[in-house]
Design a protein around this ligand. Structure first.
Ligand SMILES: C[S@@+](CC[C@H](N)C(=O)[O-])C[C@H]1O[C@@H](n2cnc3c(N)ncnc32)[C@H](O)[C@@H]1O
Ligand SMILES: Nc1c(NC[C@H](O)[C@H](O)[C@H](O)CO)[nH]c(=O)[nH]c1=O
Ligand SMILES: N[C@@H](Cc1ccc(O)cc1)C(=O)O
Ligand code: SF4
Length: 468
């Protein structure tokens, strides 16, 4: 397959078949949204565009959509705003998949033992992962989220290594090079899962794309792969790598990734193996409102079949340091109005997914708070470490403390609630009871000391500048 590079794409003619045109009227779609009738793709397009053909959003119509979504949120989940005490522990940035929206990755040849240049990427051994997780668990973290580059030396287990080693020209045939090629061996996926399973912490890991990597070159099905991972300690899977679930968009922004069918198969496999999942959309690049609406339909259909999606997470494209932006394929990300409408229409369209998450990492606190009155009810997690958005040029930080959460959530008149990953366990926080309101967590847990704000102040702040 020849993949177009960002430099070869013509931003004015991406040749999309799917465009935001409908036979529906905005008023009709809004009426259905208000009375709770299941929305069609065309309805969603009307709501996302506010019915206008020309680029630009009608302010009054937008407010009507946001209001309908806010009302629906109150009916479905009430006034609680949830968040989870979690740690992001990403294992490696080595990746040759080449997604044009991503600056998290570093091409894998730089990680080879005989490479003499410098690079800013990292690979953690299972022991290093375990140490980072242990430190966070000792502080009271409930969940570890781990998403990684598709390191060519990663295999599911030893049996998978044997199969991959058996290929002629394994590097190009199955994106595999043996661990001894690299300065640091990431171990197997099974070893990483086992290493991160410290004292019953909830392990949220293995996106559909990672699951594909964990079975490449074999005839194993996704369910079997996820069962093996679950036996090693995996508890739920993040539905990232969804990007936009329309192949004509994937061919432009992530031609090296699995296609829409592959993503859905992997998610079904995870759920068949008994795991909960989340689902995401990564929007605001070359996609249009028809693509966003089609994506929502595919997620809703998947949830109708499985029921295992605990939350929907809109991820607004962070453009600054990405190939798509640097090569002029896009001129920026989504506008504030688009962000608000995407959250609202997700709430209205996904009548079978209870929780809609807002990302303070992508939106910043101010906009994220606003989205809590446009349909969102979950405010993500403490994460303690962030590389994906930061490397793409985002600047909203990598940590929210319990104190921050309580202050932010109460400032908009809502109730802060610490949750488990599956939302079944909840702890309402009374602002009159603290501080402290929960575990005292602090950045960073990627090997450097994890300190609370208080401890950092006591140490004179010198640890606060430690960088990776
Ligand atoms: C960086 S990947 C890591 C896991 C794995 N390599 C994969 O692709 O599934 C996780 C997700 O981060 C999101 N992401 C990456 N770059 C982004 C950007 N510039 N803006 C917003 N989201 C981004 C994408 O949705 C992607 O699927
Ligand atoms: N939205 C972002 C997330 N969301 C994941 C949550 O933090 C949590 O793991 C999930 O809700 C399961 O409990 N994570 C990021 O790193 N960045 C985001 O923008
Ligand atoms: N890692 C993703 C966010 C994410 C992680 C896990 C999820 O379940 C959902 C979203 C990002 O920062 O872009
Ligand atoms: S999004 Fe994931 S698969 Fe794509 S380049 Fe980035 S790390 Fe690799």
């Amino acid at each position: 397959m020849t993949r177009p590079s960002a430099a070869e794409l013509d931003p004015d003619d991406l040749g999309f078949e799917h465009v935001p045109e409908t036979d529906q009227s905005f008023e009709n779609a809004l009426a259905k949204a208000r009375d709770g009738t299941r929305l069609t793709v065309d309805d969603a397009v009307e709501l996302l565009t506010t019915g206008s053909d020309a680029p630009g959003i009608d302010r009054e119509r937008k407010e009507a959509v946001l209001e309908a979504a806010d009302r629906r949120r109150a009916e479905v989940v009430g006034d609680e705003v949830t968040f989870v005490a979690n740690l992001n522990n990403n294992v490696t940035t080595a990746c040759n998949t080449g997604c044009l929206f991503c600056n998290f990755k570093d091409t894998a040849h730089q990680f080879e033992a005989d490479y003499d240049g410098e690079h800013a990427g990292f690979t953690k051994t299972p022991a290093e992962s375990r140490a980072a997780v242990r430190e966070a668990v000792e502080r009271g973290v409930y969940e570890v989220t781990s998403v990684s580059g598709l390191h060519p030396a990663f295999a599911l287990n030893e049996e998978h290594h044997e199969i991959l080693r058996g290929y002629d020209d394994a590097a190009s045939a199955v994106n595999y090079k043996p661990p001894e090629t690299y300065a640091t061996d990431p171990g197997t996926y099974v070893e990483q899962m086992a290493a991160m399973s410290v004292d019953g912490v909830h392990l949220h890991s293995m996106t559909p794309e990672e699951a594909y990597h964990a079975r490449r070159g074999t005839d194993w099905d996704y369910e079997a792969v996820y069962r093996t991972l679950a036996d090693a300690g995996l508890d739920s899977a993040p539905g990232t790598a969804a990007e936009i679930l329309v192949d004509e968009v994937r061919e432009v922004i992530c031609p090296g990734k699995i296609d829409t069918r592959g993503w859905i198969d992997a998610m079904e496999g995870a759920m068949a193996a008994g795991l909960d999942t989340t689902a995401t959309i990564m929007y605001g690049h070359v996609d249009n409102e028809m693509h966003r609406a089609m994506h929502l339909k595919r997620v809703r259909d998947l949830q109708d079949r499985t029921g295992g999606i605990t939350e929907f997470v809109p991820l607004s494209f962070v453009h600054e340091r990405t190939p798509l932006y640097e090569h002029g394929v896009v001129s920026g990300g989504a506008s504030d109005a688009e962000d608000e409408l995407l959250i609202a229409v997700s709430r209205l369209f996904l009548d079978n997914v209870e929780n809609v998450q807002t990302s303070w990492v992508k939106y910043g606190d101010e906009k994220a708070l606003k989205t809590l009155s446009c349909g969102a009810n979950d405010f993500m997690g403490t994460i303690l470490s962030e590389e994906i958005t930061k490397r793409a040029g985002g600047s909203f930080g990598e940590f929210r403390s319990f104190d921050d959460y309580v202050e932010l959530v109460t400032s908009v008149g809502r109730i802060p609630v610490e949750r488990s990953t599956d939302y079944r366990e909840r702890r309402r926080i009374d602002p009159d009871d603290g501080p402290p309101f929960g575990p005292t967590l602090g950045p960073k847990s990627d090997g450097t000391p994890l300190l609370s704000e208080r401890e950092r102040a006591e140490r004179g702040g010198e640890a606060a500048t430690a960088d990776d």
